[in-house]
Design a binder for this molecule. Structure first.
Ligand code: FE2
Length: 419
């Protein structure tokens, strides 16, 4: 007679990359994946029949601003729809930030994300305010959610490191307080020279405090915005490439092809990570264009074809830059498939990888902490889909979210009867 051996067994799971028919059982014990096999003979205290649905590692949200999430319309709506009006509105809203305000909105957003299968999040925290309220709030949220969500906090100088005299010191203080990564916004500094200097300063601080780097880089349609080459050069010289991320890089979509071709060679040497935010990039960029109107996206397909690590982020959920969004990474991947013209089957699978494994690589989680294999932490999701193509096409519901071996969220998909 079979013995109860595991706390949980998921029966008949379809893993990514397997053929259409074969399924496996996954056993969980002590918060870890204990065994994976076509048929596990022992019993679990709790068992569930997955019925051949897709089981995969959790989604990774590699770029979001939790400090501004859920503030859309406060104190006013963004009428121009531009990045720069968004920065102005946030500048007004952040005057009334309190710790409680930041924590409440961030936790509400994280719960929405977790229920949709996200268990790893990198958030930016605006550190341009002397009180560092956004940072303090998000650092305490990082602690409060650690039993079910891994949160990384980037110290992000929204108004530029050299935009006002105290910002450099505030950025360093944020690292002393425990931010996981150093951020920046070189294209928003007062001059190109300040932008270059800000990138050099970011690398200096990252080395001093042993932190990751994630820079808002060239988030503009200006084809002369060329801080990506500066970031790449610093990454090559410091050897820190895989710990460094260039977020947005939307100007790369506007560079002339001769320059883009030269740059691609430098990027390959740099081993940088890239994050594109298709929902927001396509919305904020191209606003100064008439027609033809640019897409405002970095060269996702070409970076992927060159073997560089590209992940996708949501960036904003109901904030001054984007009044829509629910935090669903399948919405993000779905938009990427369209706007990056990655509609081939391999390309759709690559977009799914960009909201899972590639995000994990960007967050520098380490191979031992992410993925579905015996011995790894039991973080996994069950999608109401047969494949990653099916999941993106239908933006399938996440049936079960298992975090640290425990069932964290369950969703019953909507059911329609045709009468
Ligand atoms: Fe951002």
């Amino acid at each position: 007679m079979s013995q109860t051996k595991y706390s949980t067994i998921l029966r008949q799971c379809r893993l990514l990359g397997t053929d259409g028919r074969s399924t496996v059982d996954i056993a969980i014990d002590n918060n870890k994946i204990a065994a994976i096999s076509p048929k596990i003979p022992e019993l679990g205290e709790w068992e569930i029949d997955i019925q051949g649905k897709l089981v995969c590692p959790p989604f990774v949200e590699s770029h979001i601003h939790l400090d501004s999430a859920l503030t859309a319309g406060e104190p006013r709506w963004n009428h121009s729809g531009t990045l720069f009006e968004g920065i102005q509105i946030w500048g007004e809203r952040k005057q009334s930030l309190t710790l409680e305000d930041v924590k409440t909105r961030a936790i509400e957003t994280l719960k929405q994300q977790a229920s949709q299968g996200i268990l790893f999040v990198r958030t930016h925290a605006d550190v341009s305010e002397p009180t560092l309220t956004a940072l303090q709030g998000l650092l305490s949220v990082r602690e409060a959610v650690k039993d079910w969500m891994t949160l990384q906090v980037v110290a992000f100088p929204q108004d530029g490191i050299y935009g006002s005299p105290e910002n450099d010191k505030l950025l360093e203080t944020a690292l002393e307080m425990g931010a996981d990564a150093v951020g920046g916004i070189p294209h928003y500094e007062l001059t190109r020279e300040d932008g270059v200097k800000s990138v050099q300063r970011i690398f200096e601080l990252a080395e001093k405090y042993n932190r990751l780097i994630d820079i808002h880089c060239d988030e503009i349609d200006d084809e002369q915005s060329r801080f990506l080459e500066v970031v790449a050069a610093c990454a090559i010289r410091s050897g820190a490439g895989s710990r460094v991320t260039a977020s947005h890089t939307t100007a790369f979509g506007s560079y002339n092809n001769a320059y883009a071709f030269k740059l691609m060679g430098i990027l390959q040497k740099s081993r940088l990570n890239f994050i594109a935010n298709p929902l927001i990039n396509i919305t904020l960029q191209g606003r100064a264009d008439t027609y033809p109107k640019r897409r405002g996206m970095t060269r996702v397909k070409e970076l992927w074809q060159q073997g560089l690590n590209v992940s996708l982020g949501h960036d904003c959920v109901r904030d001054p830059w984007y009044s829509l969004g629910t935090g669903n990474m399948l919405d993000v991947a779905h938009m990427a498939v369209h706007v990056c013209q990655m509609t081939g089957m391999e390309e759709i699978a690559a977009c799914f990888q960009m909201v899972t494994e590639n995000g994990a690589q960007t967050l520098f989680l380490g191979d031992e902490n992410y993925g579905i294999a015996a011995g790894k932490p039991a973080n996994l999701i069950v999608l109401d889909a047969d494949s990653c193509y099916d999941a993106i096409r239908r933006r399938a519901a996440v049936r079960y979210v298992i975090s640290r071996g425990k069932l964290l969220a369950e969703t019953v998909p909507a059911k329609t009867s045709f009468l």
